[in-house]
Every structure is written in C-alpha cells, then in structure tokens.
Design a protein around this ligand. Structure first.
Ligand SMILES: *Cc1c(COP(=O)(O)O)cnc(C)c1O
Length: 355
C-alpha cells in the first residue's frame, strides 16, 4: 500500500488495476467503476480531509439514517478528454453549488468548495487513464453525500459521508424515446424537494415509470402536482418543446430542477438566434400543436444523455408522433454543447474548466 499525501487530499493507491478488463469500445452507462474513489467523513461538526482510496464496498451500521430516513443527495457530471489528452470539466462549480442547495434542503451539512474541487481533481488525476478518449465517451462523475450516523431517532444524523465515484461511459444512444404525459402521479410539489437531487425523488419516480413502461413507453413526462396541466420534466431530465421555430422550457421552481444542461442550452440557443421562451407549457397547447402540425420537437436535457429527442408522446390513450427532421434544433444544440465540452470549439461562455 502506497500512501502519498502531497496535498490536502491524501491518496492511497490501489495495488492492482481493473483497467485491462474493461472493453472501452462497448461501455454502457454507469456500470463499471474506476480503481479509486473519494471518501470524506463528517464527524463532530466538521468535514475531515478528503481521501482517495481503492474503490470498494463500505461498511455501515444497520441503523445508519440513510437506510431509514433517506438523507441522501447526489450530483452528476462528466470529465472529457480532448485530442491532446487534456482533461476538461463542464461548469463544475455549478454542480458544487447545487449539491449544497440539495444539502441544505435535506438538513445535510454543506461541503466546502475546496473539499469538493480538490477532492475531485485529485481523484481524476489518480484515475486519469480511465477517462475514455473515444468520441462521445466520457467519464461520468457521481459525487454524493449520505447520512452514515446511527440511530432510529427521526432527526438529522450527526455523521455523513461525501464520496465521489467515477464510471467510464459510452455515448448515450437512447434510440426512439416514447414518453407518456403523467395524469396521476407527481415527481414533486410546491414546498417539496423536487429542486434537490435527493435520492428519494428518484425512488418515487420508479413505480409510475414502471406503469408507463408496461404500457409501452420509455419514460414519463411529469406534470404539475396540482392540475397535471403543465409540462415540467422528462424523467430525470429537463424538457424542451419546439413549437414552430420557438423553443420553450418551463421556469425552474420548487418542482423543476435547475439543470446545468438546460441553462446552457438556453444560452446557446439564444446565441444561435433561436427564439427561446422560458414559461409554463400547458399539455393542451402541446396536444393542439401536435394536432395542427406546429409541434416540431420535444427533447429531454441532462448531463448523461445531453439531449434526448422524443419521437412520440402519449396522452389520454392517444399517441402523437413527432416529425423526423433532418435539421433539428436538438442535433444543432447538442453539437454546440458537446463541442465546448470536448474542447473542439471556442468557449465564448467560459464554461470549460481544466481539470
Ligand atoms: C439532474 C437532473 C436534471 C438535469 O440536470 P443537469 O445538471 O443538466 O444534469 C434535470 N432534472 C432532474 C430531475 C434531475 O435530477
């Protein structure tokens, strides 16, 4: 065991590597993990120095509050390697800020920027050779914090773990995505935790999504919890609707997560002179637009898939097909954003961050 501690983050290197067993040409999403992980413990009212250690299982007491009260939050981001083998992140400070917004809502202690950024950069340096070079592939980064503190008392834990795991991932080809506009279940509500990346939000989505899958759909379009009349998100992605030549997305709120892909797409679209409206979108107007032919595109936006075009939506027992466009906003915007992420183009917005 070799322990190096040149910086604030200590490093214990793994004596073996799994990298030769990985088929980098056929990577799926988030199912193989690198040789190391970051662990940082919160004890006695403070975060201890982060450690990079060999990847592996961790031990928790059965009474740890994560298991009983779900105090758990996460982030999703990526590292990209350019043709010179330089490594880039995309707006990572925004992920740090959002992790702390989630932390606050779940009564989890906030993680200081230095712990997050130095921890992440050290981990990426140690597992640098795991960052795929293939076009479209990247290293998916999963920072998360959960309550490791013990006891059945329904109150915030007094111990937490902040961890980061890395998963080399291939490009995300979703194929034809058929979605169902939800009329009964809700993902989030006013005053709730929908704007946080809290683990329980996703657990709550699984059952309604299973019901949609049984009906032949891939994903659920979430509507507002009160009237189910406003289109809010697509699965765990933000949603964009193109009616004629205007791109529309809902305003962020308690119920709609403030996606980094979403806000980047809004800025790029404006830069492309595409008319963008950030306003509530009604199910009625989308159905009407589908009927009269003015509905051109719908797509989800999020870090994993970047942009995921929707081919069909279902509503009240009727399916509506979207046209197959040769020049879609979806592909144009995806090219612009990924060119920035992979350092293939100028970054006039200052979003790229050298790892
Ligand atoms: C993570 C997430 C998004 C997308 O956010 P990005 O920062 O673009 O990855 C959108 N909606 C939900 C519910 C999410 O959890």
């Amino acid at each position: 065991m070799e322990i190096t501690g040149k910086n604030f983050v200590s490093v214990e290197k793994s004596t073996t590597s799994k990298i030769d067993q990985i088929d980098f040409d056929n990577l799926s999403f988030g199912s193989v993990f690198t040789d190391h992980m970051l662990v940082c413990n919160y004890k006695n009212g403070a975060w201890e120095a982060p450690q990079v250690v060999p990847y592996g299982p961790i031990t928790l007491d059965p009474s740890a509050k994560i298991f009983h009260y779900g105090q758990s939050i996460f982030e999703g981001m990526k590292a990209y390697k350019d043709s010179n083998e330089d490594v880039w992140l995309f707006r990572p400070l925004d992920n740090h800020k959002r992790l702390n917004i989630s932390a606050k809502r779940l009564a989890i202690p906030e993680i200081p920027e230095k712990f997050f950024m130095e921890g992440l950069k050290t981990l990426l340096e140690v597992d640098e050779k795991w960052i795929p070079k293939k076009d479209g592939s990247s290293l998916y980064i999963r920072p998360f914090i959960f309550a490791s503190g013990e006891g059945f008392h329904a109150s915030p834990a007094n111990e937490y773990k902040f961890m980061i795991c890395l998963a080399p991932s291939g490009s995300y080809f979703s194929g034809k995505v058929k979605v169902l506009i939800e009329e009964k279940y809700s993902r989030s509500a006013n005053g709730g935790v929908g704007y946080a990346k809290a683990g329980g939000n996703y657990a709550g989505q699984f059952y309604p999504t299973q019901l949609a899958v049984e009906k032949g759909y891939n994903q659920v379009i979430w509507t507002d919890d009160n009237t189910h009349e406003y289109i809010e998100e697509a699965g765990a992605m933000n949603i964009f609707v193109r009616i004629n030549d205007t791109l529309i997305t809902g305003p962020t709120s308690d119920r709609i997560l403030d996606g980094i892909t979403r806000k980047s797409i809004i800025e790029i679209a404006k830069d492309e002179n595409i008319s963008v409206e950030v306003r509530k979108i009604t199910v009625t107007e989308v159905v009407e637009a589908a009927k009269n032919g003015s509905l051109k595109e719908m797509f989800g936006a999020g870090t994993a898939a970047v942009i995921s075009p929707i081919s069909t939506f279902g509503y009240k027992e009727t399916d509506y097909d979207l046209p197959e466009l040769t020049e879609s906003y979806a592909s144009r915007l995806k090219t612009r954003i990924t060119d920035i992420q992979y350092n293939r183009s100028e970054d006039k917005f200052g979003w790229r961050y050298k790892a």
